[in-house]
Design a protein around this ligand. Structure first.
Ligand SMILES: Nc1ncnc2c1ncn2[C@@H]1O[C@H](COP(=O)(O)OP(=O)(O)OP(=O)(O)O)[C@@H](O)[C@H]1O
Length: 267
């Protein structure tokens, strides 16, 4: 397994997230459990990063610390040079389950968040933002359907629309397609990529799926297994954007990338 030099392949000026000696320790009945230890990583503005690693290595712990929902034990995460010390509207999260309010429509669910972020806009302006993103994720015809009447895939489309409508600087995705069947999963990857390619916000996605990691990301970050997990390796995915699935699958580098990731995970 290769160890990564902490230097990032881009100028320091472009760094939006800077992890410095990040350590996370959970107290447990049998003593302290060191999940992450002295993790170093830099993420560039407008980059799409996939994080991959074995179950329990600390991926969600890392993501929730970026979100400001989980305390940092030692070290720091700098967001645009300021240490993260709590949640904020500059970071949006898409979870595996979008947790919509079932009695509300798709539009109302998105509007709920948008009202908090744009309290000074007019009702019409806020509604236009919601409709724009719901349309982008393919729900233009389902604005007024209740969340409880939507399929899992459609609910996650609402989750994606809601996250983008809030205009975060950083989008955090915790296995957003983990509960979907493979066909719906592929559809939603396409939807996510299409919207992301227009908005170009920094995105960090946890996934267990090697193909998903490659298809979406500019870099795939591989985490070592815990305890004391760190960054084990980083793979740059040098595919042009915008990306189309059929082009990626035919690309001569695709299987090399795949082997690299599978080789890391099998060690
Ligand atoms: N609040 C907590 N208290 C104690 N231990 C915790 C807590 N949260 C997570 N852990 C432990 O920390 C480790 C990392 O958990 P985490 O959920 O971050 O891993 P993960 O890589 O996201 O796993 P998965 O891929 O299965 O979702 C696990 O061993 C987990 O049991």
């Amino acid at each position: 397994m290769s160890t990564l030099p902490p230097t990032a392949p881009f100028s320091l000026r472009d760094v939006v997230l800077d992890f410095r000696d990040l350590t996370k320790i959970y107290p447990t009945p049998t003593g302290e459990y060191v999940v992450l230890e002295n993790l170093q990583l830099q993420i560039k503005k407008e980059e799409f990063v996939s994080i991959i690693g074995h179950s329990g290595c600390g991926k969600t712990t890392l993501l929730t610390m970026i979100a400001g929902l989980n305390d940092i034990s030692r070290g720091e995460i700098l967001l645009n040079e300021f240490p993260i010390d709590g949640p904020g509207p500059d970071r949006g999260v898409i979870f595996q389950s979008p947790s919509l309010l079932p009695w509300m429509t798709a539009l109302e669910n998105v509007r709920l968040g948008v009202e908090q972020v744009y309290p000074h806009g007019t009702r019409k302006q806020r509604e236009d933002i919601c409709k724009y993103y719901l349309d982008k994720v393919g729900l233009g015809q389902a604005l007024h359907r209740r969340a409880s009447e939507l399929s899992q895939g459609m609910q996650q489309r609402v989750g994606i629309a809601r996250a983008f409508a809030l205009k975060p600087k950083i989008l955090l995705l915790d296995e957003p397609f983990g509960m979907l069947d493979s066909l719906t999963r592929a559809e939603l990857q396409d939807v996510l990529l299409e919207v992301w390619e227009k908005e170009k916000i920094t995105a960090i996605q946890i996934t267990h799926d090697v193909d998903e990691a490659i298809f979406l990301a500019d870099r795939v970050i591989m985490m070592t297994s815990g305890p004391r997990a760190q960054i084990g390796d980083i793979l740059e995915i040098d595919f042009a954007r915008p990306r189309l699935r059929k082009d990626i699958l035919r690309h001569p580098d695709y299987y090399g990338y795949r082997e690299h990731l599978i080789g890391f995970l099998e060690h």
